[in-house]
Each structure stands twice: as structure tokens, then as C-alpha cells.
Ligand binder design. Structure first.
Ligand code: XIL
Length: 301
């Protein structure tokens, strides 16, 4: 029998994965990615340190390769990420004040303009909260308090008015201090007329620890008039069975499909061999064998 692929089941939401062209020499990697998913996110290739390691020498070649792969295979492309405390080139970390502000705006303008028309959604700001809901003491916050957020979204909107603009974070899947801090910020930004369209829930999770209030949490954000998406899903096995892991995957996908305004789920790498973390967190194993998670995701889509 001919097995159906994940994307064949994804009529209501998209199903995506993070990809890197560093694995493209592996033909199985390419063929599974193209067959199963209808959205992709560059794992590292659009981050600032990847596109402008030294000031003024901009290189989008790796990211362009992913965009081309996505277009050839009918995939949406999520842009990731413009303003983050991590994977910032050294030359930026040394800047401050007006120079830093101008540099941030130029970076956003240049990169979003380069990919204009190709990107479904941008993660404009990534990981700006602490676990207790206060703001992370990053280069950005330490220089500009929260003012950098509205400025970043406005610059991105000016460069590509067709892209959905997201704020993205981790450990915000349940209703907790961190997700409430984010909720209060996005509500305020919406009220100020900042062009913010969505909230990305990374969802780096563990089997047995998927928050039971995930759907309720997604729904308090969609009630603000925002899209939501699961943007970086992986689920560590955490000493439990592959079947239990599969059920955890299904519960996350179900939370999205049961939330009007949840537009899609992106898995952060699809096979264990290339995952950024240990503990077999992906739906496919290191030999590209589908684990029970694949059928569970299919069933939940
Ligand atoms: C990770 C990549 O998967 C790794 O290859 C890289 O070394 C570090 O970054 N949150 C994010 C992603 O928003 O960009 C991170 O990706 C994982 C955590």
C-alpha cells in the first residue's frame, strides 16, 4: 500500500519542519522533507550571525537555498529570526544606543526586503521573556527597554507588508507567569497599533509533561485577534515509550487543530540524528524509520 504523507492530512493547518541545507547531501533527508511537509523554517540560516558574520558582508546564499527548496516543493516558508539575544554576530554585541538601534533597523529592513514575497511569517522577536514573566536582560532590553519590540515590528512591516509578523518564545505553552507576561505585552502592542499578527509557541517539550491547558492558552491569545502557531515542536522521550511520545505529539497537534486561529505546527527537525537535542525527540528515528509519532500526528491533523 502507498502510505499517505503528513501533508496529505494537513487540510486545516500546515505541517512544517525546520530544515538545514547542511544535510542536503543526504538524499533521504531531502526526499522525506519534501514528501511529508508543506512548510519549512530555516534552522539557523536566517539568523543574524549566519547572514552577516562581519559588518556589511551580507550573505543569504544558504537561506536562499532553503527558500528555493521550499518553493520547488510547494512549501510555506517561516522566516526565523530577526531580533534575538542569541546567535547575534560579535560586531553587533559591542554596539549600544543609537548606533545599535540603527543597526537593528537596517538588519531587519535588509533581510526582510531580500526575502520579500517569499515568507509566509517572520519570527520578528524571539525569546524576550524570563521564566517569571519579567523581561530578559538582553542586549536589546538593556539598551531600549521594551521599545525595541514595536520598532522591530514596524520595520519588518514596512519591508514586507505581506508577511505575518510573530513574537516567539519557549515555555509559554501552558498558562504560567511567562506566557502571561507575553500575553500582557502583545495585548499592549495591539492596543498601540503595532503590526503584530501572531504568537509562536516553540513547544520544546517532554513526554509526560505536555501542559494540559495548551489549547486554553492558545485560545486566550487568539481571542486578542492574533494567529498562533506551534513553531519548534519536539518532544523528548523522557524515559517513556514511543507510544507515549506519539500521544504527546498528537495532543499538541490536537490543541492546534481545535483552536480556530492556530494556523500550523512546525517540528524542529524531523529525525533524531540531526536534532539539536538528545533523547530521541523527533517523529523519525536516526535511520529515517517512522516512529509511532508519525501516525499519531497524521491522525490528529
Ligand atoms: C537552535 C538550532 O536548532 C541549533 O542548530 C543551534 O545550534 C541553536 O539554535 N529556540 C530557537 C531556535 O528559537 O532558533 C533554536 O535553534 C532552538 C531554540
Amino acid at each position: 500500500s502507498i502510505a499517505a504523507h503528513l501533508k496529505d492530512h494537513a487540510s486545516q493547518i500546515y505541517i512544517g519542519c525546520a530544515l538545514s541545507p547542511s544535510h542536503f547531501s543526504d538524499s533521504q533527508y531531502q526526499s522525506i522533507a519534501a514528501a511529508e511537509f508543506n512548510s519549512l523554517t530555516p534552522e539557523n540560516e536566517m539568523k543574524w550571525d549566519a547572514v552577516e558574520a562581519s559588518q556589511g558582508s551580507v550573505n543569504y546564499a544558504q537561506a536562499d537555498q532553503l527558500v528555493q527548496f521550499g518553493k520547488q516543493n510547494g512549501m510555506k516558508i517561516r522566516g526565523h529570526t530577526l531580533v534575538w539575544h542569541s546567535q547575534v554576530p560579535g560586531w553587533v554585541s559591542g554596539l549600544s544606543g543609537d548606533t545599535l538601534h540603527q543597526t537593528m533597523i537596517s538588519h531587519i529592513t535588509d533581510e526582510v526586503t531580500h526575502f520579500k514575497g517569499s515568507i509566509y511569517a517572520w519570527d520578528v522577536v524571539n525569546e524576550m521573556f524570563n521564566e517569571d514573566g519579567t523581561y530578559r536582560q538582553s542586549l536589546w532590553y538593556n539598551n531600549f527597554q521594551t521599545n525595541f519590540v514595536g520598532d522591530a515590528f514596524k520595520a519588518a512591516a514596512a519591508a514586507d507588508p505581506g508577511a505575518k509578523l510573530y513574537i516567539n518564545d519557549y515555555n509559554i505553552e501552558g498558562i504560567n507567569a511567562k506566557s502571561t507576561g507575553l500575553y500582557n505585552l502583545v495585548k499592549e502592542l495591539k492596543g498601540q497599533g503595532v503590526p503584530i499578527h501572531g504568537v509562536g509557541f516553540q513547544a520544546h517539550l517532554s513526554t509526560g509533561q505536555v501542559p494540559s491547558d495548551l489549547a486554553a492558552n492558545l485560545q486566550r491569545f487568539t481571542a486578542l485577534g492574533l494567529d498562533v502557531a506551534i513553531t519548534e515542536l519536539d518532544i523528548k522521550q523522557n524515559g517513556q515509550s514511543q507510544e507515549a511520545q506519539a500521544q504527546a505529539y498528537a495532543s499538541v497537534v490536537n490543541a492546534c487543530t481545535s483552536t480556530s486561529g492556530c494556523v500550523g505546527v512546525t517540528i524542529w527537525g524531523f529525525n533524531d540524528q540531526y536534532s539539536w537535542i538528545n533523547d530521541n525527540p523527533c517523529p523519525w528515528d536516526s535511520n529515517y524509520q517512522a516512529k509511532p509519532a508519525v501516525a499519531a500526528i497524521e491522525g490528529a491533523l
